[in-house]
Design a protein around this ligand. Structure first.
Ligand code: SF4
Length: 222
């Protein structure tokens, strides 16, 4: 029997409640968060964002023009701070030069155009691009992360790549931005709490629907 992602969403929502992603006060802060969160946890990202805010550098103009070493120092707590600084500067300069510094005109573009432009920038891959599109630009596209791949591979019992998994889930879920936002956040929560590398199936809210439950978890360890 095929698993229904909408039912999974409803079960997770009932179990965990709304996650209310993305925790940020501006659309640009969301973008900064999607880059800073690469290969680290949110606690470290939060520290880096606070430091940018206190220094009044959490804006496109500052990040596009400020001295590189100063930004590196500010975002140091997020880890991989040299690469991330380069990515923040590149993206800020791109928006400044191509959209007169305005996210508003950038966000007017279609999903396809925005995604292509984001993916052309160094250090922005599909997951970061799609997170920017969904959480900052509020476009209807679902980011796929390592948790999503792991969980749905276990639940369904077959392995998909990024595009296949994205197509499958987007075909099954209602076309609602708020559902996509919550769904992605709930999957991350499930991956952190229960569906870890060594899953805690006996506690998982999806225990009754998962094909890879309990004793078989050794077969698919992602
Ligand atoms: S039942 Fe186990 S393998 Fe399935 S989603 Fe839950 S934790 Fe993961």
């Amino acid at each position: 029997m095929e698993i229904n992602p909408l039912k999974i969403y409803q079960k997770l929502l009932k179990h965990f409640g709304k996650q209310k992603w993305w925790p940020a006060t501006t659309k640009f802060e969301v973008i900064i968060g999607t880059i800073l969160t690469q290969r680290t946890n949110w606690k470290n990202v939060d520290k880096a964002i606070q430091r940018l805010k206190e220094a009044k550098k959490l804006n496109i103009l500052s990040l596009a023009t400020e001295e590189k070493r100063y930004i590196e120092d500010l975002i140091h707590p997020s880890g991989f701070y040299k690469q991330k600084t380069e990515r923040l500067i590149l993206l800020s300069r791109y928006i400044l030069e191509n959209y007169e510094g305005g996210l508003h005109s950038f966000f007017k573009k279609s999903i396809k155009e925005m995604r292509r432009e984001l993916l052309s920038l160094k250090g922005i891959g599909p997951e970061t691009a799609d997170s920017i599109l969904l959480y900052s630009a509020e476009k209807l596209i679902l980011p796929i992360d390592a948790y999503t791949l792991r969980i749905f591979t276990r639940i369904r019992g077959n392995v998909d790549n990024y595009s296949q998994m994205q197509r499958y889930l987007m075909d099954e879920l209602p076309e609602e931005i708020e559902v996509y936002k919550e769904f992605h956040a709930l999957i991350v929560k499930l991956g952190k709490v229960f569906c870890k590398k060594k899953p805690l199936c006996h506690l998982c809210p999806l225990e009754s629907t998962c094909k890879n439950v309990k004793k078989d978890y050794q077969i698919i360890r992602i």
